[in-house]
Write a protein that binds this ligand. Structure first.
Ligand code: ZN
Length: 63
Protein backbone atom coordinates (compact mmCIF):
# COMPACT_ATOMS: atom_id res chain seq x y z
CA UNK A 1 0.00 0.00 0.00
CA UNK A 2 0.99 3.59 -0.22
CA UNK A 3 2.74 5.17 2.68
CA UNK A 4 0.72 7.37 4.93
CA UNK A 5 3.18 10.21 4.49
CA UNK A 6 2.17 13.41 2.85
CA UNK A 7 4.69 15.99 1.83
CA UNK A 8 3.86 19.63 1.48
CA UNK A 9 6.01 22.54 0.43
CA UNK A 10 6.65 25.02 3.18
CA UNK A 11 4.92 28.26 2.12
CA UNK A 12 7.90 30.29 3.24
CA UNK A 13 10.98 28.45 2.03
CA UNK A 14 9.40 25.85 -0.30
CA UNK A 15 11.17 23.01 1.44
CA UNK A 16 9.26 19.76 1.42
CA UNK A 17 8.08 18.82 4.86
CA UNK A 18 6.02 15.99 6.19
CA UNK A 19 2.45 17.00 6.82
CA UNK A 20 1.77 15.08 9.98
CA UNK A 21 0.64 15.66 13.50
CA UNK A 22 4.28 15.31 14.49
CA UNK A 23 5.02 18.57 12.73
CA UNK A 24 3.55 21.23 14.97
CA UNK A 25 4.31 23.93 12.43
CA UNK A 26 2.69 22.34 9.41
CA UNK A 27 2.40 23.35 6.70
CA UNK A 28 5.57 25.21 7.59
CA UNK A 29 8.86 23.39 8.06
CA UNK A 30 9.74 25.16 11.28
CA UNK A 31 8.63 27.77 13.76
CA UNK A 32 10.93 30.23 12.06
CA UNK A 33 9.12 29.91 8.73
CA UNK A 34 5.78 30.19 10.48
CA UNK A 35 6.86 33.40 12.18
CA UNK A 36 8.18 34.78 8.90
CA UNK A 37 4.81 34.16 7.30
CA UNK A 38 2.93 35.73 10.19
CA UNK A 39 5.39 38.61 10.14
CA UNK A 40 4.65 39.21 6.49
CA UNK A 41 1.01 39.51 7.37
CA UNK A 42 1.74 41.95 10.18
CA UNK A 43 3.85 44.03 7.85
CA UNK A 44 1.03 44.31 5.37
CA UNK A 45 -1.18 45.57 8.13
CA UNK A 46 1.47 48.04 9.11
CA UNK A 47 1.93 49.17 5.53
CA UNK A 48 -1.57 50.62 5.48
CA UNK A 49 -0.93 54.34 5.75
CA UNK A 50 -2.42 56.04 8.76
CA UNK A 51 -4.76 58.09 6.67
CA UNK A 52 -6.48 59.68 9.58
CA UNK A 53 -10.04 60.73 9.88
CA UNK A 54 -9.06 63.56 12.18
CA UNK A 55 -11.21 65.95 10.24
CA UNK A 56 -14.18 64.01 11.52
CA UNK A 57 -13.81 63.91 15.28
CA UNK A 58 -16.41 62.16 17.38
CA UNK A 59 -18.75 64.50 19.23
CA UNK A 60 -17.39 63.55 22.66
CA UNK A 61 -14.04 65.03 21.78
CA UNK A 62 -15.24 68.33 20.36
CA UNK A 63 -17.01 69.67 23.41
ZN1 ZN B 1 10.31 26.63 5.70
Amino acid sequence: MTQNKRLVACPTCKKLVEFSTLNAYRPFCSKRCEMIDLGAWANEDYAIPAAEKDNDLPDELTQ
